[in-house]
Design a protein around this ligand. Sequence first.
Ligand code: HEC
Ligand code: HEC
Length: 240
Amino acid sequence: MNRNRKKRSGISAAAIVSACSVLWLPTEIASAGDIAQGKSIAANGITGQAPCMACHGANGEGMAAAGFPFLAGLPAVYLEAQLVDFAQGKRKQAVMEPIAKALSAEQKKAVAVWYASLKPVIDPAHAVQLQDSYPKGKMGAWLAQRGDWSRGLPACVQCHGPGGVGVAPTFPALAGQSAMYIKNQLLAWKTGTRADDAHGLMAHLARKLTDEEIDGVSAYFGNDIGAAAASATTAQAGGQ
Ligand code: HEC
Ligand code: HEC
């Protein structure tokens, strides 16, 4: 586990090829100072902006009903890249843009490292197990697990990991994000308001999905795998 996580220039081809091992635990290269600074930003915000916690939850668990994603346990490299993208307008989003612009490069890194250090919202081991038992007759589940090679659509889990638990540092977890948030992202790629992934992997895929398929995969990762894994682990949830 000695990948250089300080390199943070977005998605490189090498990162995609080598994205294979660790699910989270990105904190080993983070200094204690970064973590403390990030924790303070999450709790207090930065001048003139609401604290991250107000929307992303006290433990980075997000607010599913409002479409605010969880951040806890996502790879630090990924989180930091998203903040840069919001600030640069590559990911156009009215709420996050001013917040990301207000964060210095150092603050972006610190808050990314803090959220990456928090306990994931769902139990990855459990989500991985669920994928084996899940009925593959459902359209969303089928696309997620098998893809559709006749249309050049790889299975979501090929990149996002078994059960959609994510593969650090490049591929974020899908399991446990709300169906609404997942759907919003797929639509954003389809319409071009999210144009941030360096190799266009997601934009390319999203454009091939029908609206019905978008609903199907979003419900699968958000409601089915996500909720089932979360309900089994509620007692453990809650950050650090
Ligand atoms: C007023 C509510 C609000 C506040 C405050 C807020 N966020 Fe967000 N955040 C959102 C919303 C809404 C999204 C989803 C944007 C979208 O749909 O693209 C989001 C998305 C994100 C993402 C992308 C997550 C992903 O999985 O790609 C990151 C990273 C993020 N926020 C970090 C932060 C940080 C760090 C702070 C504090 C400095 C913060 N947010 C404060 C509402 C908020
Ligand atoms: C070829 C690899 C690949 C495949 C296959 C793939 N993804 Fe992705 N996905 C990515 C990458 C890379 C990102 C991160 C993009 C970024 O950095 O902004 C991503 C990000 C996402 C996000 C944003 C998550 C967040 O926290 O904002 C969603 C939602 C998503 N993918 C859904 C899907 C779905 C649904 C499928 C299957 C239909 C799928 N992906 C298949 C590579 C892939």
